[in-house]
Design a protein around this ligand. Structure first.
Ligand code: NDP
Length: 244
């Protein structure tokens, strides 16, 4: 049976490009109506137009009031919010010794605090409707750590702890919360790497290639669906076997 999300409304943060865009596209393909969000309204509206059953919203996810307003605007526009995908994320890499306080704060505010606020805002409607799916996009780096990414790894490990706590708090209301932890996926984030670095990296991946945004999107669509009704508080690595 194919995944059927018809009648559901989804919000994917950071869906103007990369993994978030692929997730939004997959959810629309499965029948959901989707809110596309990024910092630039025009960009979000262009992507929404390309996807079809979608609308664009502007939100700087690192600003708490923007996040609560986003959730409200999506609920007002679509009448509900059933599937929340916290995907927006940034890196500001440096060795610990050189990492500035503002780089720590920017990464934690964008990657972790945003998810806390979005979940707190969205849970009210989900609780009333007794149905909800929250999917947080972490990273292998949140599981195994990485030199030069203390801020990023902490934010992604934080998402895992947040998700397990949310899963326990909201399970009685049929709200499920899971994590997808991608490995190295071809997007703007990884396009900055040299071809030599990509070759060296691929050698450490059992499936011997970087992943595609669609590799991640398929798992998110499954977790958003009724086919995943008995799964909560779990971390799904989509990393070509890097971490096992
Ligand atoms: P991209 O850099 O390609 O895209 C990031 C998205 O997040 C964009 O849509 C951007 O929108 C949005 N975004 C960034 N900052 C903000 C902000 N302050 N407010 C609102 N939106 C924001 O990233 P990827 O697609 O590669 O990554 C997506 C997620 O997957 C991230 O959480 C990342 O950590 C995670 N991940 C990625 C991996 C990879 O290899 N690519 C590996 C593991 C995890 P805009 O610029 O329009 O505002």
């Amino acid at each position: 049976m194919r995944i059927d999300l018809s009648g559901r409304v989804a919000l994917v943060t950071g869906s103007t490009r990369g993994i978030g865009r692929a997730i939004a596209m997959e959810l629309v393909a499965c029948g959901a109506r989707v809110a596309v969000a990024g910092r630039d309204l025009a960009k979000a509206e262009v992507v929404a137009e390309e996807l079809g059953e979608a609308r664009g919203f502007a939100c700087d996810i690192s600003v708490p009031s923007d996040v609560t307003t986003l959730i409200q605007n999506v609920e007002d526009a679509f009448g509900s919010l059933d599937i929340l995908v916290n995907n927006a994320g940034i890196t500001k890499d440096n060795l610990m010794l050189r990492m500035k306080d503002e780089d720590w704060d920017a990464v934690l505010d964008t990657n972790l605090r945003s998810a806390f606020i979005a979940i707190r805002s969205a849970q009210r409607g989900m609780m009333k409707r007794r149905w909800g799916r929250i999917i947080n996009i972490a990273s292998v780096v949140g599981i195994i750590g990485n030199k030069g990414q203390a801020n990023y790894a902490a934010s992604k490990a934080g998402l895992i702890g947040l998700s397990k706590s949310v899963a326990k708090e909201l399970s009685s209301r049929n709200i499920l919360c899971n994590v997808v932890a991608p490995g190295f996926i071809r997007t703007d984030m990884t396009d900055a790497m040299s071809p030599e670095a990509v070759t060296a990296l691929s050698a450490q991946i059992p499936l011997a290639r970087l992943g595609s945004p669609e590799d991640v999107a398929g798992v998110v669509a499954f977790l958003a669906s009724d086919r995943a009704a008995y799964i909560t508080g779990q971390v799904f690595s989509v990393d070509g076997g890097m971490v096992m």
